[in-house]
Design a protein around this ligand. Structure first.
Ligand code: TYD
Length: 219
């Protein structure tokens, strides 16, 4: 069976993480093997880099290099082998987050990010210009003000979560721009109840033929 690379994206507080359990259950109910992972992270080296990226102040180039270094290890050790086995790879964030956070949020040069993307996601066996990209990206779209309200009072914020709402307005605009350029994006209106958000996700997966439409399941 062919592997499927599914990523979840959105600004902090958009609620994406709360649907990963249900996604895993949905695919497992269809007899699929699921590899569940996240970025930055997913390998011992990438998790060590994550801790630094989320806590240490650093310039945007350093941050981008570390994010892509973590990604390279993750792609080579986890994502590509899982896809080759035919797994469903559920990944909490991937390169779209780098374009949104480091690119749009921090104002870092997107052409440098594109170059790093070419290096890190190259698939030399699949053609000269082929890059590893998600098959489907579930984008949780939520107004930054609402996300900030949801985050307020939650656990201790990390380096990104403690950014002002203006930062998240830029990140959200970065996601919107990226979503407009790639049909693999599915926009989910995350400004709804958890159950309604889940129904949108299920409907989008069914519409694209990734799960049977009568599969049921709830978060
Ligand atoms: P997040 O995915 O929200 O995990 P948690 O729910 O455990 O906080 O945290 C990852 C943070 O890292 C998030 O604020 C976005 C940021 N990030 C980047 O800035 N660039 C990237 O390329 C990635 C993958 C994440």
């Amino acid at each position: 069976m062919k592997g499927l690379f599914l990523t979840l994206e959105g600004i902090d507080g958009a609620g994406k993480s709360s649907h990963i359990d249900a996604l895993e259950a949905l695919f497992k109910a269809q007899g699929r093997q699921v590899t569940r992972t996240r970025e930055p992270g997913g390998t011992p080296l990438a998790e060590a880099l994550r801790a630094q990226i989320l806590e240490q102040p650093m310039d945007a180039l350093t941050e981008s290099l570390l994010v892509f270094a973590a990604r390279r290890d993750h792609v080579v050790r986890v994502i590509e082998p899982a896809l080759a086995r035919g797994d469903i790879v559920l990944c909490d964030r991937f390169t779209d987050a780098t374009f949104a956070y480091q690119g749009a949020g921090r104002g870092f040069d997107p052409s440098v990010l594109s170059t790093l993307e070419q290096w890190v996601q190259a698939q030399p066996d699949s053609g000269v210009h082929a890059l590893l990209q998600p098959d489907i990206t579930v984008w949780f779209d939520l107004p930054p003000e609402t996300a900030a309200e949801r985050l307020a009072g939650a656990r201790l914020p990390d380096k990104f979560e403690s950014q002002p709402v203006e930062f998240f307005r830029r990140v959200a605009a970065g996601y919107a721009q990226r979503a407009a350029s790639a049909p693999r994006f599915v926009r989910i209106d995350a400004n709804q109840s958890r159950e309604q958000v889940w129904q949108q996700i299920e409907a989008a997966l069914a519409e694209r033929g990734f799960v049977a439409s009568d599969s049921g399941g709830a978060p």
